[in-house]
Structures are given as C-alpha cells and as structure tokens.
Design a protein around this ligand. Structure first.
Ligand SMILES: Cc1cc2nc3c(=O)[nH]c(=O)nc-3n(C[C@H](O)[C@H](O)[C@H](O)COP(=O)(O)OP(=O)(O)OC[C@H]3O[C@@H](n4cnc5c(N)ncnc54)[C@H](O)[C@@H]3O)c2cc1C
Length: 513
C-alpha cells in the first residue's frame, strides 16, 4: 500500500471543482499534478450567490486580486443576512444576523448586559455597529483599504457561473492545473478497490492516485460508483425546490443591499441577493406543502412589493429541485466528494460554498503523501464533516423552530418529531442560560455561538438566567456599549455606499488592466 500520491484527478468544473483544484495547486505547487475533467454535456448548477467570510481567505490564498474578482464575477459585499417575516409575518417583523463577532466577554454576560442596559435596542444593534451599516446600504470598508482587509467582517454575493469561469482561467494559467473538457463515461476499479482511472469519451483513460468527485448532484464516483448511502434530512429541513429569477435594476443608481434579504412566506422563504448589475431572487419551498403555482404566486407578490419594474411573466424563471441531506461518508478509499456530490441543504445562510472551502482546506492541510495513510486521514475527514453537516442542520432548523407563523408548513417545522434531539436539548438549556462557546465543541464551527445569539434573540427567544452581572464592572460595561454606538456614528459618517465602493473598485481595476 505504499504509493506516493502525485496525481490528483478532479471530476467536475463547477465552483466546487475549481475552488478545490485552485487550493490544492496553490498550496502544493509542482509537487502534485492537479487535473480537472469537466463535461461539456452536463451543465453546472451555478446558483450559489451568497458566500461566507472564509471566501476572502480562500481567494487571497489562491492569489486572485480582489478587484479582478469583484469586477469579473459581478460580486458585491455581503455583511450578513436580514430575516423579514420569520417570526409572525407582520410588517415590522425583521431581524439581522451580521458577520460581526461579539464585543469582548462571555456570551452570558453579553446577554445580561443587553437585558439590563440596552433592552430598548435589539440584541444585534446593542452588540455591534454592523447592523446599522447594513441598514444604510453602506460598504464594509473604504476605497483605499487593502484588498481583502475589512473594517467590518464581510463575505460576498456573486455570480457562481462567472466565478467558475474566472477560476478556470486563473487555475490553468497561474497555478498549473490541467483542464480536460470531456465526459467521464466509466469509473475503472472494482467497488471494493481503489479507483485506478476514469474512462473519458475522447481522451481515453485518465489515471490518478486520488480522485475528487465534484460532479454535483450526479455524485458519479462516491454515489454512483461506490454506492455510498445518502442520509436523507428532508424530515428536518423540508424545502426541496426553488424558483429563481434574475431581476434588473431600474438604473445604476439603485442601492446595492449589503446583506442577503430572506423573506418568509407561507411555505418557505425568498432570497434576494443584490449584485452590481442585477438582483438574484429565489423562492424556496417544500413541494410537500406547496404547489409550484402557489410558490410562483408568492414570488410574484414579493417582486411587486420589492420594487421590480418587471412582472414575473417578463422574466425567465428557472425551477431547481434539490435534495436535503448528505452522504454517509465523504472520503472512501481514494475518492473524496466535495460540493453537491457530498450533499446539499437548502441555501438558507449560504452554507454550501463554505463547506467546499472547508473540505478543500482540510484536504490541503492533511494531504496524504502516501497511500498508506489515506484511510487514517479519511476516517478523520469523515468524522469532522459529519459533525459539521449535523451542526449546520441544527442551525438552519433553529430559524424555523422559533417561528410563530401559523401555517401548516411552519407548524410541521415546530413539531418535536422534526427537531434534532441535540437542538431540542440546547433549546431547553438556553431557556435557562444563553448560548456560550461551551455548547460548541469544534474550534472552527461554521456557525459559532455568536450566530446562535443573533438568531435566538433576534427572533424573541427568552432566557431566564440573570445572575452573572455581579462579576462585571458596570462602568466598563456602559463604556463598551457607548463605544458600539460611537462606532455606529463614525462608520455611518465615513463609509461609502456599497454601490459607490463597487463602482470605484471597478474603475480602478479597468484603469489598471
Ligand atoms: C437553489 C440553490 C441555491 C444555492 N444558493 C447558494 C448560496 O447562496 N450559497 C452557496 O454557498 N451555495 C449555494 N448553492 C450551492 C451551490 O450552487 C453549489 O454548492 C456550488 O455551485 C457547487 O456546486 P458543484 O460544483 O458541487 O456542482 P455543479 O455546479 O453542479 O458542477 C458539477 C460539475 O460536474 C460536471 N460533471 C457532471 N457529470 C460529469 C461527468 N460524467 N463527466 C465530467 N464532468 C461531469 C459538470 O459538467 C459540472 O461542471 C445553491 C444551490 C442551489 C440548488
């Protein structure tokens, strides 16, 4: 079993394939050869429009200029999400989940400080300045800030098809990735053996030591060849369909929202993502609870209310069906699934691309130099990602469990039968004490305690505990809260609008190009 791992073959040229190829090639230089096989016959899903702040580190690592990325991928800055209508559906029902980490101190203290000294403000407005910056459509940094640096933590909204195109050019010209445009017809190797090669239609057999399955929902290697089972989570997260449209702006002065706007409807929710040249809007719903016609009507109502000049009939509507769940394992023998081939959970809180980044990062950091260590690394990889998928499921479910909306879809979401046991336990605990770091075991949780605090208290969850303030210096606490409000005043005075900054950076890029 001792065989050096030199040839990595990735099947699939969507964002998962190209991000993985770029990270591997950037880190391992010429010590390994990375090849991507991308079918000209199977198109990629290419919806992913919201990312996580990790994307800044990823793009920097692979050596992309941020200005080039923003300009060529029609990307904008994202500083979190706003949730409208999730609690009651009333017109004033809205809360924010910003990317800001929390002011110093344990979250028990933060909760109590909020209740004691600032209950006339929302939890998020009390602990960070980012909510107001988002509310005013402002950017997270100034025009002369260095690339990828942030005054306020940020991610991106982007056009995933354009990102895959940019990565294709960058990875092949700058990082030495070999690109084969061909369709994989057959996997060579028995089911209880390693894969030795892939048979393509026009390029014969492509040999490799390690194969990465980025074939999207086809899951050609891990799912179809190795028949690794799918852990279905549709009994927890019901949504399985989206109707998506791209909506033009009235003109190029319309503000570009700095956060994803997620608006609940009777049987799901609608995302509204602002890119520099258009908005991407998608109505997500559960086909068990809602017909396509009803979803279409919810989308139509939303478009009118959100100022679209075009009616739904004037736009091209794309219907996408998606599963809810993940594979029983992601790394089996010499094959790893990354991206949709590993699983998918509805796009609430944009967790798909961050899982791609984390998978590629773990592989890069623990690359098997030799076949003999592969099974050990595979075991660790699988344990780590099963934990992550389950925690993401908990966090997404939280948004539904706390709703008070009366429709059957929302009631079903609140039924104990559909709530994971760990989440039920945590909710019982959080009735007594606020979430803290101790509730989360991993060092790099996708959704840390801060995210739970924003959602729980944004949705009106009540915690009883009120006893840790005696450990705090009251003057110091008040000073910290005043500093947050001072930061609001400073940032809202100096930050350019999201649109102004993006226009400026585009100009700078075009002048330099
Ligand atoms: C409705 C919806 C909304 C989403 N929103 C978000 C979001 O806001 N944020 C986010 O992070 N993610 C989002 N995602 C997920 C995101 O779109 C994907 O995770 C991401 O695009 C990665 O996709 P992928 O590369 O795994 O698969 P795909 O994009 O499907 O790519 C698959 C690739 O495999 C190739 N292929 C398939 N079969 C073969 C074969 N036999 N031979 C050779 N090549 C083959 C195809 O040609 C293609 O290049 C969303 C997904 C959906 C469905």
């Amino acid at each position: 079993m001792s065989q050096a791992i030199k040839n990595v073959v990735i099947v699939g040229g969507g964002t998962a394939g190209w991000l993985t190829a770029s990270l591997l090639a950037a880190r391992h230089d010429t010590s390994i050869q990375v090849t991507i096989i991308e079918s000209p016959e199977v198109s990629s899903v290419g919806v992913g429009e919201g990312t996580w702040p990790t994307m800044r580190k990823t793009l920097k690592l692979i050596g992309l200029s941020e200005k080039e990325f923003l300009t060529t991928c029609d990307a904008s800055f994202k500083q979190g999400s706003r949730f409208d209508g999730w609690v009651t559906g009333d017109s004033d029902d809205s809360y924010q989940h910003p990317f800001a980490s929390l002011i110093n101190g344990a979250s028990h203290d933060i909760y109590n400080v909020w209740k004691e000294f600032s209950s006339d403000r929302t939890f998020a407005d009390t602990v960070c300045a980012q909510t107001e910056v988002c509310a005013q459509g402002l950017a997270p940094k100034q025009k002369n800030a260095p690339e990828y640096a942030a005054a306020l933590n940020y991610a991106y909204h982007l056009d995933a098809v354009k990102l895959a195109k940019l990565l294709t050019s960058h990875a092949t010209t700058k990082l030495g990735v070999r690109h084969i445009s061909d369709h994989v017809m057959q996997v060579i190797g028995e089911k209880d053996e390693d894969i030795s090669a892939l048979r393509t239609r026009e390029h014969g057999n492509i040999q490799g030591d390690l194969f990465i399955d980025c074939t999207g929902l086809n899951s050609l290697l891990l799912g179809k060849h190795y028949e690794i089972g799918f852990v279905d989570k549709s009994d927890v997260l019901f949504n399985d369909t989206a109707l998506t449209v791209q909506v033009p702006y009235a003109d190029d002065t319309v503000p570009i929202a700095s956060e994803t706007i997620s608006t609940a409807h009777d049987n799901g929710w609608i995302w509204d993502i602002a890119l520099p040249t258009r908005r991407g809007i998608g109505c997500v719903y559960s086909s068990r609870h809602c017909s396509d016609e009803k979803a279409r009507s919810a989308l139509e109502t939303y478009l009118k209310a959100s100022g679209s000049l075009l009616e739904l009939d004037d736009l091209s509507v794309r219907k996408i069906s998606f599963p809810s769940g993940y594979r029983e394992k992601f790394w089996h023998r010499n094959c790893i699934a990354i991206g949709l081939s590993a699983g998918f959970l509805e796009p609430l809180e944009a967790s798909a691309l961050v899982l791609v980044e984390l998978s590629a990062e773990l592989l890069v950091e623990n690359f098997p130099s030799d076949r003999s260590v592969m099974d050990i690394l595979a075991k660790r990889f699988n344990e780590s990602f099963i934990y992550r998928w389950e925690r993401i499921i908990d966090f997404l479910k939280l948004h539904y469990v706390l709703s008070k909306r009366p429709q059957a879809y929302w009631q079903d979401h609140r039924s104990d039968m559909s709530i994971p046991e760990r989440l039920q336990d945590l909710l019982a605990l959080w009735k007594q004490q606020p979430p803290s770091r101790d509730d989360f075991l991993a060092l790099d949780e996708v959704f840390p305690a801060a995210s739970y605090l924003y959602v729980l208290y944004g949705m009106g969850f009540e915690t009883r505990q009120k006893n840790s303030l005696k450990f705090l210096n009251k003057d110091e606490v008040i000073k910290q809260l005043q500093m947050v409000q001072q930061k609001v005043r400073t940032l809202t005075a100096v930050m350019p609008s999201n649109r102004a900054l993006l226009t400026n950076l585009k100009k700078q890029y075009n002048a330099e190009a």
